[in-house]
Design a protein around this ligand. Structure first.
Ligand code: I6G
Length: 667
């Protein structure tokens, strides 16, 4: 085949593949069998392999490419990605309808869309080609996930028909419930942590550093609006959705236009009762005023359009058998009672366990092993045991009692008077606490050691190779290769992940250690203020308390943690194992050096990160809470009430956006 012939055939194949992909993923109406489609793709791959110079970024073979460098970089949305106001009953929906009609008189038409429980995304097409895809982020600025979005077959790399010069499309990436269940089985078999629900699975799959993993996750897309478009005007929302469909973008076939709010009510009640008739999770119905002129008349608040509302379904409830209540020991020694339930399908997932929080909660609910209980789950909220069905209680059921001894190490459990928690105080000896600490250490947000999941940690503890977090840095290839399911490649990957974690930022290390009262924000404050683990280890409670964002209770907890000799041993061994935390970046010097800021509310011209960067660029620093040490509080729209009130109380200077800009500009 000559070059010219190859070029022609490649163009034909791409057109056919795009068309069949559109029929399958957008119209849900395939024209050819899978094998036929696969053979077209196979032929295209072959030709592109022979002629790599003919590969273009919008070729259907380019859905998974090399990991891109700009993955997760900040992306500013051209128009803000607003959120939606919620209502939780038909009465509230009615009240919204009245407000709308007070604003615009009779509404010509409403449109209803199923509210997919997925991840909001923004897709940017220029001259019909997908150039960027981002998460919603804070609504003003999201994260670049283009490479991951490109792997989703329902996301067109190139739009069909006559596309506008620039269009920003808003949609929801989701995972079907059957794909979610298959994925969890697969993850469970591989010993990796499973996802709680399809939404978390979709979010987790989009957050992958390797687009190859996203590609393997069966994600889909529905589009529900246009954020920005050049040169096209619509008279109604439904017309804009039809336009998206013409461009080859998927919209939900269940969308419906209604003449009255009564018809909207009927749609909402129907889908509340039939929410499981669709193969994906929905948590409500989005109701919009359809005519654009009426939308414009109603306008928006700083957060949400007044012309739309999300009607949220009430949480689903089911009854099931409470087989038993068992006690589980967490990382900090707190013992939590858990309900062991006969599997029940509620809120779109199968539930077999649910937390009962603490001893008092079990007593308050009066749930007993053997009871039939009501289980509830709303959206992505964790499942909850509501209470027993007393009419079904068998005779003679005994109330549950918190065990006197730790189920993991048998040491005596303690409940301090006035506290709800029961604790195992065998901090260093209890195997359950050790396992949870190691898991926390290796997790995302901490040392982020990919491949060191729950099952692997349990297996390493079982072998006696993992007693505390420092042991991670002394694991050998020989040991890892003895674990079930660990071939050469997984051993190599895990060792590489461990190596990468040796130089994690100091704030991650502090968060990973699980110091009492030190979460992500405090860990960042400590890293920024202190700068090294060595220094932190020697500081007195009084010195700690003098730091920004650290109060007396936290200061005491940190000091007491570092004073524990066993902690000292582990920290020394971490260093011996090669841990070299990356110190926070050197502070810039400028006209705001020594000045401390708190930023609250939404600013017009800065996202939160941009405001922080601008302050730091001038030498200042940004902290989370207002205290006597704060020099300025920068307030945008809808500031946090507690921050604002505290600033007023302490008479801290409050800067609105223009004054803030002036201060940044300098003297
Ligand atoms: O977050 C959203 C999900 C679904 C939406 C939305 C939607 O329509 C079906 N529509 C709007 C207008 C907004 N957010 C702001």
């Amino acid at each position: 085949m000559t070059k010219a012939q190859a070029r022609k055939r490649i163009a034909e194949l791409r057109e056919q593949i795009d068309y069949h992909s559109y029929r399958y993923h957008v119209l849900d109406d395939p024209e050819v069998a899978d094998v036929e489609y696969d053979s077209l793709v196979g032929e295209l791959i072959e030709l592109e392999t022979e002629h790599p110079d003919l590969i273009t970024p919008d070729s259907p073979t380019q859905r998974v490419g090399a990991p891109p460098s700009d993955l997760f970089a900040p992306v500013r949305h051209r128009a803000p990605m607003m959120s939606l106001d919620n209502c939780f009953s038909l009465e509230e929906l009615e009240a919204w309808g009245r407000r709308v009609e007070r604003g615009v008189g009779t509404v010509d038409a409403y449109i209803t869309e199923l509210k997919m429980d997925g991840v909001a995304v923004n897709l940017i097409y220029e001259d019909g080609v997908l150039v960027k895809g981002a998460t919603r982020g804070d609504g003003t600025q999201g994260e670049d996930i283009t490479a991951n979005l490109k792997t989703i077959p329902a996301v067109p790399l190139r739009l069909r028909g006559k596309s506008p010069k620039v269009i920003e499309v808003r949609g929801e990436v989701y995972m079907r419930t059957d794909d979610f269940e298959k994925l969890n089985i697969r993850l469970g078999e591989a010993g990796t942590k499973t996802f709680a629900n399809p939404r978390n699975a979709a979010a987790g799959s989009l957050r992958q550093k390797d687009p190859g993993v996203t590609a393997d996750r069966s994600l889909s897309l529905v589009c529900h609006g246009i954020g920005y478009v050049e040169g096209v005007r619509f008279t109604s929302h439904s017309e804009s959705l039809a336009f998206l469909r013409e461009l080859g973008l998927r919209t939900n076939p269940e969308n419906k236009v209604h003449a009255s709010l009564e018809a909207v009510h009927a749609f909402c009640t129907h889908w509340q009762d039939h929410r499981h008739d669709v193969p994906y999770d929905i948590d409500g119905v989005v109701v919009k005023v359809d005519p654009i002129a009426q939308q414009e008349e109603l306008g928006s608040t700083s957060k949400a359009p007044r012309w739309a509302i999300a009607y949220k379904f009430p949480p689903e409830e089911r009854t099931t058998l409470l087989r038993d209540i068992f006690a589980s020991v967490g990382r900090t020694g707190v013992v939590t009672p858990f309900a062991n339930l006969e599997t029940v399908f509620v809120g779109g997932v199968n539930i077999t366990t649910a937390t009962l929080h603490n001893e008092d909660e079990v007593a308050r609910k009066d749930v007993r092993p053997g009871d039939t209980v009501v289980v509830r789950r709303a959206g992505d909220v964790i499942p909850e045991v509501v209470g027993p069905v007393l009419s079904k209680r068998p005779k003679g059921l005994k109330a549950w009692k918190m065990p006197k001894h730790c189920p993991a190490c048998n040491s005596e459990l303690v409940r301090v008077e006035g506290e709800a928690a029961t604790r195992c105080l065998n901090t260093f000896g209890c195997p359950a606490q050790r396992r949870e600490r190691i898991f926390h250490f290796a997790s995302r947000g901490g040392m982020d050691i990919e491949g060191l999941g729950y099952q692997t940690i349990a297996a390493l503890i079982e072998k006696g190779w993992l007693e505390d977090v420092a042991d991670i840095y002394f694991l050998t290839a020989d040991q890892l290769s003895q674990l079930e399911g660990f071939g050469e490649k997984s051993v190599d990957n895990l060792l590489k992940a461990i190596q990468a974690s040796r130089t994690r930022p100091l704030s991650n290390v502090l968060s990973a250690l699980g110091i009492p009262h030190v979460g992500g924000a405090t860990a960042q404050a400590l890293a920024r203020e202190v700068g090294s683990l060595d220094k932190l280890r020697t500081m007195s409670a009084r010195e700690l308390e003098a730091l920004e964002d650290i109060g007396p209770v936290v200061a005491e907890a940190i000091h007491s943690y570092f004073s524990e000799p066993k902690v000292g041993v582990v920290l020394d061994r971490l260093v011996e194992g090669g841990l070299r935390p990356e110190p926070p970046p050197a502070k810039k010097q400028g006209h705001l050096t020594g000045k401390t800021f708190v930023v609250t509310g939404t600013l017009k011209d800065f996202s939160r990160n941009e405001a922080q960067a601008a302050i730091e660029e001038c030498g200042g620093k940004v902290v989370n809470s207002v205290s006597k040490k704060t020099d300025y509080v920068v307030v945008g729209e809808n500031p946090g009430a507690s921050k604002f009130d505290k600033a007023m109380d302490l008479k801290t200077p409050i800067l609105e956006e223009p004054a803030f800009k002036k201060l940044l500009a300098g003297p």
